[in-house]
Design a protein around this ligand. Structure first.
Ligand code: MLT
Length: 405
């Protein structure tokens, strides 16, 4: 008799952003005349830049001609893109990531959810709290997280590393040693950043304990301050303990176009010397048929001179929004952080309001959508996230409405 996967059944509620979308749809239906400003999910609003559009058109034309038509893409990615990434992203950082250590995919969300498959069932995971929900949910689905305590919002077999105002939203090395550590900097949701010496401590800790770090660098293009690490491979020893996730969604507006990549150095082995690079290659070969040729050409164009100039302008556009939101909230008397090296602003809810109560209040009073901090974990309770990925006009208007609340 067929039975559903019982680990999926353990997930409490729906995925955070689906829950928000449902609430907003219900509000919108009940209030059709209200103009809602969406600063919830971190979805971009600027169109793809001209260099990317040109590459897309060219690739589409190639697909229409017998001489240049392409069928299945190589499952690990086209060499032209992997080599461009190695040369344009990793070499300038002084890191020695080779093209064949880069696995092209349809985005960092799926990679961050799937990467746990190459680790043993009993792998003990450590996550920041608050955290991007995919890391935990995907491990719940894999049956690795124990039991859920609805009162605390914690899973019994997960090591939580609280990121609070007291520690500058930077996790401390856990006392109980995990096997797999998820880190994301610039951080989603808090917008906090980590220094290179701090990241080096994590790398040393992981190497010392034969643990692996999954380093989500999806927001690295938003780092504005000098001297901060753009890749974990800038740290000495990271090749033997770290996997890095990268995305084209936020640095080039590919949320709907879909492209990302994961870096697994060949030196990265499990405790018995098994190559994690080989396992991920095997997984890709079995479960993935490659990102579309057209999209990989678009990704390549991001690194052309024009592409770099144009995508940097987009990032500056969003960072102007970040400043607008940060200053708007601070000016209205809220306690705010993030938004300097990240497109997310993390605010404390007023008067000790719960994150979800503030979500409802903001939607009702200002018709502005944000993301409740508690949706990212118990330490996010009493916090709220706003994204800088809206339009400038909407960011300004949202702040005006919030000031008037
Ligand atoms: C977010 O809002 O946290 C992100 O947009 C979600 C994602 O990138 O999948």
């Amino acid at each position: 008799m067929i039975r559903a996967n019982e680990d999926y059944g353990k997930l409490p509620g729906s995925y955070l952003f689906s829950t928000i979308a449902k609430k907003v749809a219900a509000f919108s239906e009940a209030n059709p005349d209200k103009k809602i400003i969406r600063l919830g999910i971190g979805d971009v609003t600027q169109p793809l830049c001209p260099a990317v559009i040109e590459a897309l058109h060219k690739a589409v034309d190639e697909m229409g001609k017998a001489e240049t038509f392409r069928g299945y893409a190589p499952d690990l990615g086209y060499a032209f893109l992997r080599e461009t990434i190695a040369e344009k992203v990793f070499r300038p950082l002084g890191t020695d990531i080779a093209a064949d250590e880069i696995f092209v995919s349809d985005g960092a969300k799926s990679d961050s959810a799937n990467i746990q498959e190459i680790f043993a069932g009993k792998t003990k995971i450590a996550v920041c709290d608050p955290v991007y929900p995919v890391y935990v949910d995907s491990n719940v689905m894999a049956g690795r997280t124990g039991t859920y305590d609805a009162a605390t919002g914690l899973w019994s077999d997960v090591i939580y590393m609280p990121c609070t105002a007291d520690n500058g939203f930077s996790p401390e090395l856990p006392k109980e040693v995990p096997d797999l550590i998820y880190l994301c900097f610039p951080n989603n949701p808090t917008g906090a950043m980590i220094t290179k010496p701090q990241l080096q401590e994590w790398v040393d800790y992981a190497n010392r304990n034969k643990a692996v770090i999954i380093y989500d660098a999806a927001y690295e293009a938003y780092i504005h301050e000098e001297g901060l690490p753009h890749s974990i491979y800038e740290c000495e020893g990271a090749r033997t303990c770290a996997i890095e996730l990268r995305s084209f969604s936020k640095n080039a507006g590919f949320t709907g176009t879909r492209l990302g990549y994961t870096v697994i150095p060949k030196d990265l082995k499990d405790a018995d010397g098994v190559s994690l690079h080989s396992l991920w290659a095997r997984r890709h070969g079995t479960k993935f048929n490659g990102a579309p040729y057209i999209v990989q050409r678009a990704g390549e164009a991001v690194y052309s001179e024009e592409g770099q100039k144009q995508t940097k302008e987009q990032i500056e556009y969003y960072m102007r929004n970040a400043r607008t939101i940060y200053e708007g909230l601070a000016g209205a008397g809220f306690t705010v952080s993030g938004g300097v090296n990240a497109p997310y602003i993390w605010m404390k809810t007023p008067d000790g309001m719960s994150s979800w109560d503030f979500f409802d209040y903001l939607l009702e009073k200002a018709n502005v959508v944000g993301t409740p901090g508690s949706g990212f974990g118990p330490s996010g309770e009493g916090y709220f996230r706003l994204t800088a990925f809206g339009t400038y006009e909407n960011s300004v208007e949202a702040m005006e409405r919030i000031r008037k609340m």
